[in-house]
Design a protein around this ligand. Structure first.
Ligand code: IPM
Ligand code: MG
Length: 354
């Protein structure tokens, strides 16, 4: 029996609701599969915890997390704490501290789900987001606070090592998909230093992947391509901020933010990787029992994939797709099902078919 240690950090808002649903489905899957077991430890780090203790992550927090095989993360963000404080207090210290530089965001129209796009069935993309530097490097400052001459700077930081490794990751991923196509996204017409370096390094790395076809698009132009010609895209590689924006658009075009998963990967496996739904806290529906757990289930499938449990990951995706095909939908997808009912439906779909 293979055993994995999972750190669960439900966090804020609907995080605890969807993580509980995700763990229920994973428990069921472990029984049905019979070849692996998950040992889950819960960490109460959240905005409520911060307001009580003055920090999100205790001093030995990262050292403790490091012992785990993977981190299953809900959401962070609360009305009582400024967003930049919660983000820099919990999610970024983990993602950056554990060098989870590859943020993988698949978008696909699941069976039964309606896209706002006529051509939505053509959506089958993976957005690769650089996750360790760029616009999220935390480089900047403020001076002359409160004075008429106040100034704020926000400097994006791109390193050759950081850019090369994300391109290499994206090419490898593209190579293993049927269409083997990778689109480079930057804004190197207006931003002529870091962005031009991104483009240059992309074409250097491309020489090692002659089997992957490539093209490039400016970030503004790629939004129109996503909407008007979705079939022409396969894998997209972009900087931290650009891919953040594109992945919300991708989620909306594939039906709902409530289904979009993400993996924050440390590909060399010197640290645990972190898996989370991309939707965030969603205060408006917190506690109502109607959060869509599909993003978290898909996220769990990505976690199993990373752990090497490929058969179980496939089985989970299959159960998710059978549930969406039957249109067991929460309100974000136009249905009336509760989190609990969707979870139950996926658990039932996991029962062995034979
Ligand atoms: C995401 C989110 C976060 C981000 C927010 C919550 C800070 O939008 O994971 O896409 O921008 O990284
Ligand atoms: Mg985002």
């Amino acid at each position: 029996m293979r055993e994995y240690r999972i750190a669960a950090i439900p966090g804020d808002g609907i995080g605890p609701e969807v993580i509980a649903a995700g763990l229920r489905v994973l428990d069921r899957l472990a029984i049905v599969d019979g070849r692996f077991r998950l040992q889950v430890e819960h960490f109460p780090w959240s905005s409520a915890y911060y307001l009580e203790h003055g920090h999100y992550i205790p001093e030995d927090g990262l050292a403790r997390l490091r012992q785990f095989d993977a981190i299953f993360f809900g959401a962070v963000g609360a009305r009582e704490v400024p967003d930049h404080v919660s983000l820099w207090g919990l999610r970024l210290p983990i993602a950056q501290g554990f060098d989870q530089y590859a943020n993988v965001r698949p978008a696909r129209l699941l069976p039964g789900v309606d896209s706002p796009l006529a051509g939505g069935k053509d959506i089958d993309w993976v957005i690769i987001r650089e996750n360790s530097e760029g616009e999220y490097a935390g480089n900047g400052g403020r001076a002359h606070r409160g004075l008429p001459i106040e100034v704020g700077t926000e400097t994006a930081v791109f390193t050759r090592a950081g850019v090369e490794r994300i391109h290499r990751y994206a090419f490898n991923l593209a190579r293993n998909r049927p269409r083997r196509h990778l689109t480079l996204v930057t804004k190197s017409n207006a931003q002529r230093f870091g962005m031009v370096m991104w483009d240059e390094i992309f074409y250097e790395v491309a020489k090692d992947f002659p089997d992957v076809t490539t093209d490039r698009e400016l970030v503004d132009a790629v939004t129109t391509r996503m909407v008007l010609k979705p079939a022409t895209l396969d894998v997209v590689v972009a900087t931290n901020l650009h891919a953040d924006i594109l992945s919300d658009l991708a989620a909306a075009l594939s039906g709902s933010l409530g289904i979009a998963p993400t993996a924050n990967l440390n590909p060399d496996r010197s640290f645990p990787s972190m898996f989370e739904p991309i939707h965030g806290s969603a205060f408006d529906i917190t506690g109502k029992g109607i959060a869509n757990p599909i993003a978290t289930f898909w996220t769990a499938a990505m976690m199993l994939e990373h752990l090497g449990e490929h058969a179980a990951a496939r089985q989970l995706m299959d159960a998710i797709e059978r549930t969406t095909a039957a249109r067991v939908f929460t309100p974000d997808l136009g249905g009336t099902a509760t989190t609990d009912q969707v979870t139950q439906a996926v658990c039932e779909a996991l029962a062995p078919a034979r």
